[in-house]
Design a protein around this ligand. Structure first.
Ligand code: BMA
Length: 377
């Protein structure tokens, strides 16, 4: 009550209710989006969480585009509770993303995942809008160049138009907009993306996030987005996590990404770090009234047999958060001459342990999600 009174004193009543209730910040959010958001709060309070996988339905280790197939399904005969997709390349008008997934197919996969009752999240490794290079082209002044009034602003808005058109086209069987957990400009604390901390001040980052929110929600009229604020795994305090936070009005979910480094084996500090970071985020989530998420995680190639129960589950244990997403099973990458996969496939050395982990009651897959009906009250 005290919070509500303070809020009304300093803001409009509408904003206060949006901020303090379990409603998305967009007061015009669609019914399905509001229901999804409220169900994320409920899941989190229950001590459960959605288990997600990036690009699950598109390809896996040694296969591509087999209808209904995923490495997850091959192992579990079930599906993830959350699907991650990546739209890098859409801003340039490409017909496939930077990992060669055709956007037409991606739309169908998103519809399939939604119809199965799972949640959908989208990341965006957009090209550098100043140089035309990749998302990893870290050029000083890039964000400054696309903010209102700067030289590349209008060009950047036309890129956002393409993002908006893709999202506007994601429809369920009754024509309703499919709710999307949208995670733009991710891992902002790192120095490897053009929007990262190396070349972008906290003020510039906030402006970029707010500009994007306002353009997509208010100008383009998209009311199916839940905005996910996302840092790398390199923060040690609440203040560090929130340094570039654009404000409660523009954020629905707070999250971070964390990976076990290839160089660390059994003696890794991964579980401890995961757990410590979650403790910080739980506190922030409570104060800001936002669900918490681990938006990307994993250990490439999973070289430890019991990594699932002994590392991942151990780090997550006892925490309240809404979802965790494992990164993509790209398989063999000729350019790097290396394999990339974050969940096992049949025959992999961690497959048995993965099945044991997935069976745990708190790990929500499509089958276990039936009780929630994510998009209904
Ligand atoms: C990275 C790797 C890359 C990929 C990028 C965007 O972590 O998986 O191969 O291009 O994500 O999906």
């Amino acid at each position: 009550m005290k919070k509500l009174i303070l809020c009304i004193l300093f803001s409009t009543a509408m904003n206060c209710f949006a901020q303090l209730s379990e409603s998305p910040q967009d007061t015009k959010a669609s019914k399905e989006t509001v229901n999804l958001y409220q169900n994320l709060f409920t899941i989190q309070k229950n001590g459960q969480y959605l288990f997600g996988h990036q690009d699950a339905l598109a390809y896996g280790v040694k296969w591509k585009y087999v209808s209904g197939r995923s490495d997850f399904h091959d192992l579990t005969q079930d599906h993830p509770g959350l699907y991650g997709w990546e739209i890098g390349g859409i801003e340039l008008g490409h017909n496939q993303n930077l990992d060669s997934v055709p956007f037409g197919k991606m739309k169908q996969f998103i519809q399939q995942g939604y119809e199965k009752g799972a949640a959908i999240t989208i990341s965006w490794h957009g090209a550098n809008p100043l140089t035309g290079g990749s998302a990893w082209e870290v050029t000083p002044g890039t964000v400054a160049a696309i903010l209102p009034g700067a030289s590349k602003h209008l060009e950047f808005l036309s890129q956002l138009d393409k993002v908006a058109a893709f999202i506007a086209d994601l429809k369920g069987s009754k024509g309703e907009a499919i709710p999307i957990l949208f995670r733009p400009y991710h891992e902002l604390t790192g120095g490897w993306f053009w929007w990262g901390a190396k070349t972008t001040s906290p003020e510039q980052y906030k402006q970029l996030f707010i500009m994007t929110y306002e353009y997509l929600v208010e100008k383009k009229g998209l009311h199916n987005l839940l905005f996910v604020y996302n840092t790398g795994g390199d923060f040690a305090t609440k203040e560090a996590f929130l340094a570039s936070y654009p404000g409660n009005k523009y954020v629905d979910i707070v999250s971070f990404d964390i990976y076990q480094p290839a160089t660390e084996g059994k003696e890794s500090n991964y579980s401890n770090q995961l757990s410590q970071h979650l403790s910080i985020l739980e506190q922030i989530g409570k104060e800001l009234h936002k669900p918490v998420a681990v938006a990307e995680t994993g250990y490439n190639k999973i070289p430890i047999n019991d990594w699932w129960t002994n590392s991942l589950a151990r780090g997550l244990a006892g925490h309240q958060f809404a979802y965790v997403l494992l990164w993509r099973n790209a398989g063999f990458k000729p350019k790097e001459n290396d394999m990339e996969f974050y969940i096992p496939y049949p025959g992999h050395n961690s497959a048995t342990n993965f099945l044991q982990y997935i069976k745990q009651a708190e790990v929500l897959t499509t089958k276990k999600l039936k009780q929630f009906k994510l998009y209904s009250k």
